[in-house]
Write a new protein. Structure first.
Length: 155
């Protein structure tokens, strides 16, 4: 979170983050109204107090992270018609790999889920697809060389 870079979200992702933030803010409010355990128990530190403090710190960190996202995000939009022949954020890309067809959606890092076919625009594969057209062969050379032939692009 050190640098201010754009965070790309779908409408669904934006809604999910706003809902989570609202829930966490309510939780923080309830925790602050609750009786805070005393610091000392007999002559030792009270473990309930330490747990309470750790929970509150974690909650604050998560709230700050979500607020940061909501200050630095951009909704993924469908590109103009003349650009839809190329792969951009939000594209559903059908490819052929080793004779097998596969489909990916190119989205922002926060919503990426490769097992669900959602890959990040910052991943090696996602980054390589950007600005390519149907018929292009995209070669990814990580440990093994893989050739993706783009079959279709839709938004």
């Amino acid at each position: 979170m050190a640098e201010d870079k754009k965070i790309y979200l779908t409408k669904k992702g934006e809604k999910k983050i706003k809902e989570e933030l609202t829930k966490l803010l309510k939780t923080r409010k309830l925790k602050s109204k609750k009786d805070v355990p005393s610091v000392l128990h007999s002559e030792e530190l009270n473990t309930e107090f330490l747990t309470f403090r750790e929970d509150l710190e974690f909650l604050e960190l998560k709230i700050k992270e979500l607020e940061y996202i909501l200050k630095n995000y951009e909704i993924i939009k469908i590109p103009p018609k003349k650009e839809r022949d190329k792969v951009h954020l939000g594209a559903q890309v059908k490819v052929e790999v080793d004779g097998q067809e596969d489909e990916f959606m190119i989205i922002g890092t926060l919503e990426a889920n490769p097992t669900a076919g959602k890959i990040s625009n910052e991943s090696p594969v996602g980054k390589a697809f950007i600005n390519h057209k149907v018929g292009d062969e995209v070669i990814i050379s990580s440990p093994v060389k893989v050739v993706y032939k783009i079959k279709a692009i839709k938004y």
